[in-house]
Design a binder for this molecule. Sequence first.
Ligand SMILES: Cc1cc2nc3c(=O)[nH]c(=O)nc-3n(C[C@H](O)[C@H](O)[C@H](O)COP(=O)(O)OP(=O)(O)OC[C@H]3O[C@@H](n4cnc5c(N)ncnc54)[C@H](O)[C@@H]3O)c2cc1C
Length: 233
Amino acid sequence: MKLQFSHKENIANNIWKFYFLAPQPVLFTPGQFIELTIPDINSDDRGQSRCFTISSTPKDKYITIITRIFDQKSTFKQKLIDLNKNDEINYTGPMGDFVLPKIIETPIVFIAGGIGITPFVSIIQYLYQNDEQRKIHLLWAMNNENDIFETEGLNKYDFKKTLIVKNPSEFWGGERGDLSLEMILNLATINDQTQFYISGPEKMVESLTHQLKENFNDKHQIISDYFPGYINY
Ligand SMILES: Cc1cc2nc3c(=O)[nH]c(=O)nc-3n(C[C@H](O)[C@H](O)[C@H](O)COP(=O)(O)OP(=O)(O)OC[C@H]3O[C@@H](n4cnc5c(N)ncnc54)[C@H](O)[C@@H]3O)c2cc1C
């Protein structure tokens, strides 16, 4: 299946949003991802395909992805940033089960490390577009405040949001530090029914999933999605 590149936008620090048009409708549930392939005979050993969460919603005109572009980037990201308007790329999917529970009343804690916010961007935007109220507390951990970007849903949807910055400037008035189990237990609104969603760099997701399971003796449902290739958030 094909996607047609439209344009890109630098939404924060080194964070970019890429907009694509789909010649055929892409049926997906917010929180799911696609695998993009950009043919490249000179690709590095990470190859010519990458998975990305769809950050847009089924109601949006464009299919969007959000990613970091480092100075030292992979050949894949070089090709991605070099795409020209109307260039076509291949995708497979959408796929994945990082999606909301069917029962609307289930209280939810979203835990995002840096760019791991992308599935929550789509999920929260869709709830906002559909005027569907859920009990959500988002904990978004990041390296510094330059990594914060805003979206309509994140700004306007009625939910609890806590930003935790690891290396903040002196002007940062919010939570500070490295996201830990202790911090989650102190900050999050948790009861017996709470379902946890964790998304971000592999090490962070693995460690917090393990610690939460241990802490709650496997009583809570913990759904995780990790992004390989990111060393930290
Ligand atoms: C289900 C799923 C969903 C995903 N969704 C997304 C998504 O929505 N957005 C997204 O960006 N990725 C997502 N990923 C990860 C994505 O597929 C890539 O693995 C990731 O973006 C890294 O890309 P890259 O390998 O091209 O490396 P690049 O990002 O180009 O990194 C190049 C180099 O920089 C290094 N590097 C990594 N982190 C840092 C750091 N903090 N500081 C300095 N250098 C660093 C890397 O080790 C690497 O050597 C997802 C993965 C999966 C499996």
